[in-house]
Design a protein around this ligand. Structure first.
Ligand SMILES: [Zn+2]
Length: 378
């Protein structure tokens, strides 16, 4: 793990860490920003492009399924999430994406760590699946397999054995490949929350439950909000003097289809609690849009400007913008800055007399979401 310290030094904020943290194959140094600190892979902004709707990624607010945004979410969402129509729509999405992006929507940038490799697999029009490989044993897990063909191709190219599927939540663009992969890999188990109705689920997980895959240890963290059973996954490295100090998560709170702003805020706080050096790996390639929106909220934020500049360049070259670190996300991501006076001021919000700080932050989060809805609608 000492080697990882070298990366840590270059893994700064505001986008400076990208060159290191995004780093990759061949001679490129491993991306881990530090040893002994938590990592997270999943961005709070990384949410599914549900039904390709021209709508915000965290809508709608106002409690369970209640739409306060511009998107007729409840009927449409119910169709997508709870009926076969949703599955048919997903299949069409997959087909169109394969035609439009035969090599994926972005250039994959593998991240190599001692004993472990994380390979992002660009799927659909902006989703990511992740193949996580214990390089010692060749055992692997995939997170959120949307397109089974793309995942299978990566498995074959890497020459690994698929032992586990981890699903962050039930939506088809995160779980649609479960059945096909299970057919091909008979011993492969499917993990996720029992609350979420994940297809082909074999091993329901409780909050903080751990699963071993080869030398790697995954830890499930319940982060409800986007769906009632949404989970992100921490990942421990191979056996070493600081096992489980390095954790990576995947998932993303996403739109608030099945939770309130308060619920989402609590889930985000769970993620933030993992520490600034935690790596964030998003479920979607949304950074450019999210940061452009953020730059309209906070007009004078150098970290945001710098990151937006870097992201713009990355996307011009069709390169992935992940992972980021939780530390840098907190410098520019409005959904993680509800406690910041400058953001509150920019939104014109003030904490009411007697208002609980968390209640106020939830109100700030709701307002950010509302503005994002308007931004998307225009
Ligand atoms: Zn979803």
């Amino acid at each position: 793990w000492a080697a990882l310290h070298g990366c840590s030094a270059r893994s700064g904020r505001g986008g400076q860490g990208r060159a290191a943290a995004g780093g990759t194959t061949g001679d490129t140094p491993p991306p881990a920003p530090t040893c002994g600190k938590a990592m997270l892979y999943v961005s709070p902004m990384g949410v599914p492009a549900l039904a390709a709707a021209p709508s915000p990624r965290w809508a709608p607010w106002g409690g369970l399924g209640v739409n306060t945004g511009g998107w007729s979410a409840l009927p449409r969402y119910s169709l997508y999430a709870r009926t076969r129509l949703g599955y048919l729509f997903y299949q069409r999405q997959v087909k169109k994406a394969r035609e439009r992006y035969p090599h994926g929507h972005s250039a994959p940038q593998p991240c190599c760590f001692p004993g472990m490799k994380i390979l992002p697999i660009p799927v659909l029009s902006n989703n990511y699946s992740y193949l996580v490989i214990d390089t010692g044993s060749g055992q692997a897990a995939v997170i959120d397999p949307s397109d089974p063909l793309a995942v299978q191709a990566a498995i074959e190219e890497e020459g690994v054995m698929l032992e586990a599927i981890f699903c962050t939540h039930k939506h088809w663009d995160h779980s649609g490949g479960n059945a096909a992969l299970r057919q091909q890999h008979g011993s492969c188990k499917v993990y996720g929350s029992t609350l979420d109705g994940i297809p082909e689920l074999t091993n329901p997980l409780a909050d903080r439950e751990k699963v071993r895959v080869g030398c790697l240890t995954f830890e499930a963290l319940a982060t409800p909000g986007h769906t009632v059973g949404h989970m992100v996954y921490g990942l421990g490295g191979p056996p070493n003097p600081t096992p489980l100090h390095d954790r990576r998560l995947h998932g993303g709170p996403g739109r608030l289809f099945e939770g309130s702003p308060e619920t989402m805020l609590a889930s985000l706080d769970v993620a933030v609690g993992l520490g600034e050096d935690t790596l964030l790996w998003p479920g979607h390639e949304y950074a450019l849009e999210c940061l452009t929106f953020a730059s309209l909220l906070e007009l004078d934020n150098p970290a945001l400007e710098q990151k937006l500049q870097w992201v713009t360049q990355q996307r011009q070259e069709k390169r992935s913008t992940c992972p980021s670190t939780l530390g840098e996300e907190q410098t520019y991501n409005p959904f993680l800055r509800t406690h910041r006076p400058e953001l509150q001021a920019a939104l014109g919000l003030r904490r009411g007399g007697g208002e609980h700080p968390d209640a106020f932050r939830a109100r700030v989060l709701k307002e950010v979401r509302r503005r994002k809805d308007l931004y998307k609608a225009t």
